[in-house]
Design a protein around this ligand. Structure first.
Ligand SMILES: [Zn+2]
Length: 257
């Protein structure tokens, strides 16, 4: 048996949770989504990636952080045209995050870190962070999108001109973290170039121009941006390892701050 300290709150007793506050003053909350990930990957892809990276971070920190309850459903209205997608509104998602933080605060935690595998949660997390500055001034709240932590690694991969959701980088992570859930025989290219977008969508994705928010079924027929058939577990490991290293470095400094 492992002699490592436990780090998942879900597996602790209430007494163990009370004891953990002192040695593990940061709670890491994995946030995901329940949404289509194209023809080859599962609906929980974002949650799975966030949980697995959070777990690796906690292991690297030797039990000096705990993993809190995951947020398995996020803000995904743009994916609702695809079967199986379940979404919260931004206000509901933000309220859930705030109430998680309030609950953890009650038990003594003053540092909460949300790691989101789903970019659709970013805006709501920003608002929660802003609100907590006044509603919980002695609570520190940090958050990060997952893949963006390793954007330099992704830039060095062979990716399509248009890539992102269920594309090369995300599929690579799943091939590394949960290969049994990737149907490699069903992976298919989605929209891979700006030529496949309407002129307005193309302009909207160009920096220096306003952003028009559209549904995903207006961007890609199969729900994919990029070509996941080019994804490799090797690239996925590089993305995950980089994300783990950078979150671990941040949390290490935060523990001492
Ligand atoms: Zn995703």
């Amino acid at each position: 048996m492992s002699t490592e300290l436990p780090w998942r709150l879900a597996e602790m007793t209430t007494q163990e949770a009370a004891d953990a506050v002192g040695r593990a003053p940061i709670v890491v909350v994995p946030a995901g989504a329940f949404e289509q990930h194209g023809p080859g990957m599962p609906l929980a892809t974002d949650t799975i990636r966030a949980e697995q990276v959070a777990d690796r971070v906690a292991r690297a920190l030797g039990g000096r952080v705990v993993i809190g309850p995951s947020l398995p459903v996020g803000v995904s209205p743009h994916h609702l045209a695809f079967a199986g997608t379940v979404t919260l509104t931004t206000t509901t998602f933000a309220a859930v995050v705030r109430e998680y933080a309030d609950s953890l605060y009650r038990h003594g935690w003053r540092k909460v870190f949300v790691l989101t595998g789903h970019g659709g949660n970013n805006a709501a997390l920003t608002t929660v962070a802003q609100d907590l500055l006044t509603t919980r001034p002695d609570l520190q709240f940090a958050w990060s999108p997952l893949t963006a932590l390793a954007s330099d690694v992704v830039a060095g991969m062979e990716v399509s001109e248009v890539h992102g959701h269920s594309g090369e980088a995300e599929t690579a992570q799943m091939l590394h973290l949960a290969p049994h859930l990737v149907h490699t025989d069903r992976l298919a290219a989605g929209t891979t170039s700006t030529a496949g977008l309407t002129p307005l969508a193309r302009l909207s994705r160009t920096s220096g121009h306003p952003t028009l928010t559209v549904r995903y079924d207006h961007l890609t027929a199969n729900g994919v941006l990029g070509d996941p058939r080019h994804a490799t577990a090797h690239d996925g490991k590089a993305i995950v390892d980089t994300a783990v290293t950078r979150v671990t470095a941040f949390l290490t400094q935060w523990l001492d701050a």
